[in-house]
Ligand binder design. Structure first.
Ligand SMILES: Nc1ncnc2c1ncn2[C@@H]1O[C@H](COP(=O)(O)OP(=O)(O)OP(=O)(O)O)[C@@H](O)[C@H]1O
Ligand SMILES: [Mg+2]
Length: 235
């Protein structure tokens, strides 16, 4: 599990996160919701070691991740699928997956087989350049590239961004399935609150860098004020 406590992060004069605390449990999906600039991406980047916090702590199963280099945080089992997916368009599907496996030094053929079984479309397109994939396929590739390293934690930054509703719901279904079958700790960042809440166990709502709500997903989904003022879910 991931435990974040009192986390504050600044970019010069801009405070992107203020005293953020929450827990993401093993085998559960924790949604991190909030509008533009709420601090969602900064939170994931701080967990994976790409941004140094001003104060506070991040623990992975009792181990502090503070001052640990991003590559070592990845080796400890934290997979990060960045905003915008971060796959390499000029590389084929398989080459992108090989990169993910290489950095984690895992068995390549077993890893590829597992990912192609999970995402059959990637197997069919293994020789195709990633740039030729649809948005949904590219998101699957980004997830598969993180998963091939066998992480115990998966950080997903706006996986539904730019995807059609049907593709989004298929993707959310695979995230839910993945979390359960691999007993992952999933932190799902989404601006699309209703989509994320449907598959999440727990949810944290950020507004201008502060936590304004932290509760079971069904309670967040039922809170009229949160829906209206922070989640943009206007009926
Ligand atoms: N590299 C940076 N340099 C300066 N300010 C930054 C940087 N990255 C983020 N910020 C600022 O930190 C705050 C939080 O940004 P962040 O990207 O974490 O928000 P977000 O919730 O992911 O937003 P979005 O939904 O648009 O992706 C914003 O005010 C943003 O302008
Ligand atoms: Mg963001």
């Amino acid at each position: 599990m991931i435990v974040v406590e009192g986390l504050s992060v600044s970019f010069g004069a801009v405070q992107a996160l203020r005293d953020v605390s929450f827990e993401a449990q093993t085998g559960k999906i924790t949604a991190v919701l909030g509008s533009n600039g709420a601090g969602k991406t900064t939170l994931l980047r701080t967990i994976s070691g790409l941004k140094e916090p001003a104060s506070g702590s991040v623990m992975l199963n009792e181990r502090s991740l503070l001052h640990v280099k991003p590559e070592n945080i990845a080796r400890l089992g934290v997979g990060h699928v960045p905003e915008g997916r971060g796959v390499i368009g000029e590389f084929t599907v398989e080459e992108n997956l090989r990169l993910g496996a290489m950095m984690a030094k895992v068995n390549l053929s077993a890893g590829l087989e597992e990912q192609y079984e999970r995402f059959p479309v990637l197997g069919e397109r293994r020789k195709q350049h990633a740039a030729k994939l649809s948005g949904g396929e590219r998101q699957m590739l980004a997830m598969a590239r993180a998963l091939i390293a066998q992480p115990s934690v998966l950080l997903l930054d706006e996986p539904s961004l730019g995807l059609a509703p049907l593709v989004t719901s298929q993707l959310m279904h695979s995230i839910h399935d993945l979390c359960a079958t691999k007993n992952l700790t999933v932190i799902l960042v989404e601006q699309n609150a209703s989509t994320a809440l449907r598959i999440s166990d727990h949810a944290v709502v950020l507004h201008l860098g502060s936590v304004v709500a932290n509760d079971v997903a069904s309670k967040i989904a039922a809170d009229e004020d949160l829906r209206r003022y922070y989640l943009g879910m206007v009926e």
